[in-house]
Design a protein around this ligand. Sequence first.
Ligand code: CP3
Length: 342
Amino acid sequence: MRDVFLRACRGEEVEYTPIWIMRQAGRYLPEYQQVRSRVDFLTLCKTPELAAEVTLQPVRRLGVDAAILFSDILIPVEPMGMKLRFYERKGPVLSRPIRRGRDLRRLRLIEPEKDVPFVLETIRILRRRLKRAVPLIGFSGAPFTLATYMIEGGTSKNFTHTKRMLFSEPEVFHQLMEIITNNTILYLRAQVRAGAQALQLFDSWAGALSPEDYRSFSRPYVQKVIEALRETGVPIIYFANGCAGLLDEIKALPADVFGVDWRVDLGRAITRLGRHRVVQGNLDPAALFADMKVLREKVASILRKGRRARGHIFNLGHGILPETSPDVARALVEMVHELSRR
Ligand code: CP3
């Protein structure tokens, strides 16, 4: 297996900087569109043969150094007790959102083998098919990000309901976070048992919190998840989107790898997190619309900055955009390998 990604996660010497791309399986790939034209998104997530196929598409086409399980952060929320739907353009909708203490009674602890067998089966299929290729990353949403979806009922701009609960009924919010955290631990442990070789926690909405509120309402739960997963021995990546104002808070977390979004200068992020850290990131996804010369300069600049850290895994600073050309994504992977070769 090409294990350069796993070695980079552990801060070991590598012959080139490994790269994978957030949302690397998705709508920008015609072969994904082809599968999606036959089934809706949730069916795709819940059909192991198809989810495994779609996971492998970017591995074959782009030559990335890791595969990431094809699923969604909201998949485990359904067996926790909420009805989940996806709408074209509108995105995910969770009906009957959690707004007050008594709503918590609807939530329960999941049994992954029983409640999300399709996720675990997808992982098992993938490990067999990826044998001599690249490692497989499992993932979940970070507790705060999952809480926003469960409280708002979908994607949000201002997180009005979440913040109302946070500020006016903090004990209810903390109880919700306990439930989500315990479920996340069960879910991720099951992914590792099925064969996931690294884990990423997506904290997509961390940047919606002030540093003080992040410290009280989000970080303790991320910490609990990471500590509980430590015993599995797999590297844990924590990606906090919008992390610029939170770096001093985030650096206290025991993650193996710190994902950095594209709004921050990677060099400054490394200074703030500590040079002994392994970082992941952080090209602006829209840089893939630039011409090759500009793209190359941006990639070289990020690689140069990344060399100041103990380890660097190249990635975009958030998910790849649906309008991206697959050829440019492939060129990016080649560029990173070529420019970083020691
Ligand atoms: O990265 C990968 O290739 C693995 C698959 C993956 C998906 N979603 C597939 C997906 C992963 C890791 C996710 C994580 C996810 N899902 C996050 C965290 C990452 C981030 O973007 O911050 C979040 C917030 C979600 C929730 C979600 N799922 C939203 C808001 C949407 C709608 C917006 C959109 O991009 O369509 C989704 C749908 C979704 N998840 C798609 C894919 C490929 C598009 C579905 C389609 O085919 O129509």
